[in-house]
Design a protein. Structure first.
Length: 202
């Protein structure tokens, strides 16, 4: 009970600090008086989940994943299988996915957080796994064909400073989708490195 109370107080403190910061910025000397009602309306609008979040939440559920990956452009493809459990969080604002399986004979666990950013009007994703101690982030949007194109910076032991990479997720139907990942491999450039086929577990 004490830990729950502590977390609740911490959350309230954070919310209060955010509101206070917004109020302080809005009340800079020399500026016009702030319309408090309009400011609150705008904050609520930015915080509200919309159709983009609803689209993302269609992926909530349990999934089996047939994947293949290679370590380089000339390396052989390796077949892998994962299980994914995706859940809506924070009132449908975020999708949290937990991944577990086997990669190259080693147990593998991953965690991904995804949302639509009402400020930037883009989807954001944050990925980490049991082979790292950092997040890899991507941002993007739906293309003209309805596929989700995400771009970011791959950070690993080879290039800790980061290198460009991207992914394309194609929605086939309510129970199937595919994600293809492309990495920047000199001198070839943009190279397909991983494909994951998701099938909903019913």
């Amino acid at each position: 009970m004490k830990s729950i109370l502590t977390l609740s107080l911490a959350a309230l403190t954070l919310v209060g600090a955010t509101a206070l910061t917004t109020w302080t910025i809005a009340q800079e000397p020399g500026q016009e008086p702030v319309d408090e009602a309009a400011m609150m309306m705008k904050m609520m609008e930015l915080a509200a989940p919309g159709k983009e979040h609803q689209k993302l939440m269609t992926r909530a559920g349990d999934w089996s994943v047939a994947a293949r990956m290679r370590m380089g452009p000339d390396a052989p493809w390796m077949d892998m299988a994962f299980k994914v459990k995706s859940q809506a969080a924070l009132g449908g604002r975020w999708l949290i996915s937990k991944v577990n399986g086997d990669m190259g004979g080693m147990p593998f666990d991953g965690l991904q957080l995804e949302s639509f950013n009402n400020l930037t009007k883009q989807y954001d994703a944050y990925w980490t796994d049991s082979f790292s101690t950092w997040f890899v982030t991507t941002s993007g949007n739906l293309n003209e064909k309805g596929a989700l194109e995400m771009k970011g910076t791959m950070i690993d032991g080879v290039t800790p400073e980061g290198r460009p990479y991207r992914s394309v997720t194609t929605y086939q139907d309510a129970d199937h989708y595919r994600t293809v990942m492309y990495d920047t491999i000199p001198p070839q450039g943009d190279v397909e490195m991983m494909t994951m086929d998701f099938s909903r577990v019913k």
